[in-house]
Design a protein around this ligand. Structure first.
Ligand code: NAD
Ligand code: 6OD
Length: 484
């Protein structure tokens, strides 16, 4: 049986206990994972602190950036290895891991390596009212040891989205990947070593949240900041833990994202785009659209086209090139999604397609698949319209006016993403500006420029990462004032 170990101060180390890593496609155990205890989390934090005092802390920015490019080189060299590990852990289609997750991991390192080299900081020539001259300029310093806690849906993509800028700013990190998907964070440790990242700069501790590695990390007084992606409820628990030592936090949390479809949209492009927005990664992307609002004139036609799209998705083995829809992450998550299918029934929804589990007649019946599912007919106050399900499911409702669509889309405690589908660009701008979200896409979805601000409002998060916003979170700006 494969063993997945913790990585502390440049060495792979077993834990005090082990837990199973399960393949979601057939429920088989694929590895035993070493769970880090509190003393190992402490060792990882101390290793990070030590690394900051060593070679890593003295490297010129240029050299730090060069090492990050080397990490990207190693990810690209070991591309298939990363893809296979991600597919086995998550059950996502190999086509998706090859197109999205692993290329983005390399890109995250390249983008922040380049950005740290070119990003300048503000300076001011100052003259006081009584004629004293001074020069003010800011410098960027690392925060210290950053705790990085990530979810299972895009494990490597989201981990590197945080690790790359944290390292670009000169920090050391202790990462706690999701217990469901420990493999690629551990593979990344090998890549770090091969790329010449000094021991102690990148540490991995495996385990769970409460009373396990996650909580040990957030409560550790030697951790200078926490960056977290995951559920809003978990964010609240982490915020509480981090408050005791006043750690800065950056949170990318849940969503209940809306898509607004106007009758003048390019119909075919919209149906293709919406199908991705609803079903990509089996609906397990925080940006997925779980609420679709469609202008009354094209409601029936669009619903019918979406139904056809859902019914032609290929629910296959994740490793097959033709598969475009895999299982959910775990038995527990499938229970949650199926409980919402049941709730939708109880709330009076009309089922358009799906609503259950597929039958394959092979080992996939022991996996965690559910059907791509579409509902209509619920009231806007229904729990299925209000709560994040995080599965391949949406509710489609009609609207008559732009104002009504905007009001319905904004009627949520979340505020991560929205998409607007229209051929009228003026309307696209107008509606996008009214969305209470961190990002609004017009005629596209999940089209990412890594320099742009990314984050959510309300229950969807605190702060922005991306480009300079990441650099600003992962560093302390010091101002120096020199009297001339
Ligand atoms: P989760 O919150 O259950 O777990 C995320 C991570 O937090 C895991 O590593 C987990 O072990 C850890 N954790 C749990 N409790 C903890 C605690 N008390 N202290 C410290 N760590 C703790 O989330 P998940 O189920 O892995 O992921 C799905 C959720 O993540 C969805 O809500 C989704 O919307 C959200 N998400 C948001 C974004 C975004 O960018 N906004 C991206 C991806 C996923
Ligand atoms: O693309 C990104 O940078 C990002 N943070 C995506 C988040 C996806 C959520 O599941």
């Amino acid at each position: 049986m494969k063993q997945i170990q913790n990585y502390i101060d440049g060495s792979f180390v077993p834990g005090s206990r082990e837990f199973a890593d399960v393949n979601p496609a057939d429920g088989n155990v694929i590895a035993q994972v070493a769970e880090a205890d509190a003393s190992q989390v402490d060792q990882a934090v101390q290793a990070g602190r030590h690394a900051l005092d060593g070679e890593w802390g003295r490297l010129a920015i240029r050299d730090r950036a060069a090492r990050l490019h080397k990490v990207a080189d190693v990810i690209e060299k070991r591309f298939d290895c990363f893809v296979q590990a991600e597919v086995a852990d998550t059950g996502k289609p190999v086509s998706l891991a090859s197109k999205l997750d692993v290329p983005r991991a390399a890109a995250n390192f390249r983008v922040f390596a380049d950005l740290i080299r070119i990003s300048g900081l503000e300076s001011f020539q100052t003259q006081t009212p009584d004629g004293v001259n001074a020069l003010n300029y800011a410098i960027r310093k690392p925060l210290g040891v950053v705790g990085v806690i990530t979810p299972w849906n895009l494990p490597l993509l989201l981990l590197t989205w945080k690790v790359a800028p944290a390292l670009a700013c000169g920090n050391a990190v202790v990462v706690k990947p999701s217990e469901e998907t420990p493999a690629t964070a551990t593979l990344l440790a090998e890549a770090m070593h091969e790329a010449g990242i000094p021991s102690g700069v990148y540490n991995v501790v495996h385990g769970f949240g409460h009373d396990s590695a996650g909580e040990f990390l957030t409560q550790h007084p030697g951790v200078n900041a926490i960056t977290f992606t995951g559920e809003s409820r978990t964010g609240a628990a982490i915020m509480k833990a981090a408050a005791a030592t006043v750690k800065p936090v950056s949170f990318e949390l849940g969503g209940k994202n809306a898509a607004i479809v106007f009758a003048d949209c390019n119909f075919e492009e919209t149906v293709n785009g919406l199908s991705e927005a609803i079903f990509l990664n089996t609906g397990q992307v925080c940006l997925c659209a779980e609420r679709v609002y469609v202008e009354q004139k094209i409601f029936d036609r669009l619903l019918d086209a979406l139904k056809k799209k859902a019914e032609t998705l290929n629910l296959g083995w994740p490793g097959d090139a033709a598969t475009d829809f895999g299982p959910l992450i775990s038995a527990q998550h499938r229970e949650k999604v199926l409980s919402y299918f049941q709730l939708a029934k109880e709330e009076g929804a009309t089922l358009i397609t799906g609503g259950g589990t597929p039958k394959f007649g092979d080992a996939r019946d022991h996996g965690f698949y559910v059907q791509p599912t579409i509902y209509t007919g619920l009231s806007e106050s229904a729990r299925c319209v209000k709560e994040e399900i995080f599965g391949p499911v949406c509710h489609v409702a009609a609207f008559d006016s732009e104002e009504e669509a905007v009001a319905m889309a904004n009627d949520t405690k979340y505020g991560l993403a929205a998409s607007v589908w229209t051929s009228d660009l003026k309307r696209g701008h107008r509606v996008a500006r009214q969305m209470n979200t961190g990002i609004t896409w017009v005629n596209c979805w999940f089209l990412r420029d890594l320099r742009t601000p990314f984050g959510g409002v309300g229950l969807s998060g605190i702060g922005r990462e991306g480009g300079i916003h990441s650099l600003n979170f992962y560093s302390e700006l010091n101002n120096i004032c020199i009297r001339l």
